[in-house]
Write a protein that binds this ligand. Structure first.
Ligand SMILES: Nc1ncnc2c1ncn2[C@@H]1O[C@H](COP(=O)(O)OP(=O)(O)OP(=O)(O)O)[C@@H](O)[C@H]1O
Ligand SMILES: [Mg+2]
Length: 235
């Protein structure tokens, strides 16, 4: 479904990604591990067109997309839920969710997805008319995920969805991701601080270090890898 081929991304003179290749097959949940500054967010930004590569290709459903503007990439079904709970603070919860569905024409299908999101995230329904700026951090994160779902993703890229959340809310977010994965025909690329959980839920994973892919394997094998255990699982 997605194929990233030997991409380089730079910020000025600094090289953030160097010859990075990865792929996701339809229906897979793949995780991307790496320490702070490894280039994880940059990779998601590259795929979603926010930060195009200076070299290499990204191919989605058989077509090159690395030169497309980000709104065209969204239209193809690649939805990026960025780090840091990006919601529109002055809009209500419902308006934020509607923003996700902005480009969709089939109102019935949108309504259905809205119901799915509310069933998945009942807290959002309880706060439907609350302005997003007054939500707690965890609620705002849920809203960001909900908005992503309303955009009808084929590929959903989640950047550190559990960052900064208390354990209960974090587990809640994990359960939600698992449920999206199981109940919807959505492929997921997950960047997650909690490597232990990410490797459990993901079919496969990549380890990014200093802008390069260092390891690539099944979740199970990565969890058993001594380097991964030392660097990311705290053994
Ligand atoms: N807009 C920018 N301008 C300059 N350098 C940047 C910019 N954004 C990121 N970088 C640099 O690129 C490198 C990769 O950053 P990136 O945000 O992709 O890392 P990350 O793996 O997501 O880290 P974290 O786990 O802290 O979120 C870092 O060295 C960072 O300082
Ligand atoms: Mg990041």
């Amino acid at each position: 479904m997605l194929r990233v081929e030997e991409i380089n991304v730079t910020y000025g003179k600094a090289v953030a990604l160097m010859d990075v290749s990865l792929h996701l097959e339809r229906g897979e949940l793949v995780t991307l591990l790496g320490s702070n500054g490894a280039g994880k967010s940059t990779l998601l930004k590259c795929v979603s067109g926010i930060k195009p590569p200076i070299k290499g290709r990204t191919i989605f459903d058989g077509e090159e997309i690395q030169k497309l503007p980000s709104h065209k990439i969204v239209q193809r079904g690649i939805i990026h839920v960025p780090e840091g709970r990006a919601v529109f603070p002055d809009l209500t919860v419902e308006e934020n969710l509607r923003m996700g569905a902005f480009c969709r024409k089939d109102e019935n299908a949108v309504r259905k997805d809205m119901d799915f999101v509310f069933a998945l995230l009942p807290r959002l329904q309880e706060r439907i008319n609350q302005s997003a700026g007054t939500l707690s951090g965890g609620e705002a994160q849920m809203l960001a995920i909900g908005r992503g779902l309303l955009a009808e993703p084929k590929l959903l890229m989640l950047d550190e969805p559990s960052l900064g959340l208390a354990p209960v809310l974090r587990d809640n977010i994990f359960a939600v991701i698992r449920q999206i994965y199981q109940e919807k025909d959505i492929t997921i690329l997950l960047v997650e601080q909690n490597a232990r959980w990410a490797l459990q839920v993901a079919a496969r994973g990549y380890v990014l270090e200093n802008g390069r892919i260092r390891l690539e394997d099944t979740g199970e094998k990565l969890a058993a890898n001594p380097h991964v255990q030392r660097a990311y699982l705290g053994y």
